[in-house]
Design a protein around this ligand. Structure first.
Ligand code: MN
Length: 294
């Protein structure tokens, strides 16, 4: 199934996308729950409820506005750094310079604030040159946790995956580097485009799918998730060590090689740039980067 959070005639709802991807049908949900998007439904399912029935007409997808499937996560988005070998190499002299631990020992985790999340076709607002001049993109397959848990062993980890979505882990490189710790440079308003929906785990093998990103039509990132340094079960196992994961928690699994900072010379996003991410079996998101309103 593909479940989306969408806005139709000013009301936020949750819906099921048709198999051909052309229409969406609302799910029968109280309005207050629908306001929380897919987060409310994932919590209900994790609590043992069955999936709500569809209600009303099948709406053409282009007649609705897709929002982030989880428009406001209940807490920060978990993110993984340095998780593709080729990406580790391209930033070994910059971002990863001070990370002297063996890349194969433990994954790097950091978080993005919930308020960073915007929809799959929403604008990303550049913070202005006084704040950052080095804005970069990162295409990432993102795990959506279904059943919560703590100290989840890797052989049980995939049972906790509700599905997958796409995230662009937009990053201010100068701010990321300046503060040693990454949360500030990753948490600017609108720096987490997400969508276009959630594909359930029974319909997509997240452990083996293709992740691509284009800037203004130019292919920049292209990798298979089989190239992950830390695979999906080990990320869930590590993130849940001593920490309870909750239904609807998000784990962005890291980005492939090809970020702007890895280019010679580095290439930063500017106003008017359009970044598109496609993950096979999942869909696409496309976001325009725009000047900050004064
Ligand atoms: Mn990232």
């Amino acid at each position: 199934m593909r479940y989306a959070t969408f806005n139709h005639q000013g009301r936020r709802q949750v819906g099921e996308v048709s198999a051909d991807g052309r229409t969406i049908t609302a799910l029968d949900f109280p309005a207050a729950a629908g306001e929380r998007g897919m987060l409310a439904m994932i919590e209900q399912l994790a609590g043992g409820a069955s999936a709500p029935a569809t209600t009303g007409p099948a709406l053409p997808l282009d007649a609705v506005r897709l929002e982030a499937p989880i428009p406001r996560p209940r807490r920060n988005v978990w993110c993984v750094g340095r998780n593709y070998h080729a990406h580790a190499k391209e930033l070994q002299a910059s971002v990863f310079r001070n990370n002297t631990a063996d890349p194969a020992s433990w994954p790097i985790f950091f978080t993005k604030a919930p308020e960073t999340v915007v929809g799959p076709s929403d604008p990303v607002v550049l913070p202005g040159a006084a704040v950052s001049t080095q804005i970069d993109y990162e295409a990432e397959l993102t795990i959506v946790i279904g059943k919560g848990g703590k100290n989840i062993p890797r052989d049980k980890a995939m049972e906790h995956v509700f599905g997958y979505t796409i995230v662009n882990d937009v990053t201010a490189r100068d701010v990321q580097m300046r503060h040693q710790q990454w949360d500030l440079g990753k948490s600017f308003d609108s720096f987490c485009p997400m969508g276009p929906w959630i594909v359930t785990a029974d319909e997509l093998d997240g452990t083996d799918t293709r992740v691509r990103l284009w800037v203004n039509g130019e292919l920049r990132q292209d990798a298979q998730t089989t190239d992950l340094i830390f695979d999906l079960p080990s990320l869930i196992e590590t993130c849940s060590r001593g920490i309870t994961l909750y239904p609807g928690d998000l784990i962005a699994t890291g980005t492939p090689a090809g970020v702007g900072m890895g280019m010679t010379p580095p290439s930063w996003l500017k106003s008017g740039d359009v970044v598109r991410i496609a993950i096979d079996g999942l869909g696409e998101i496309e976001n325009r980067f725009v000047e900050s309103p004064r």
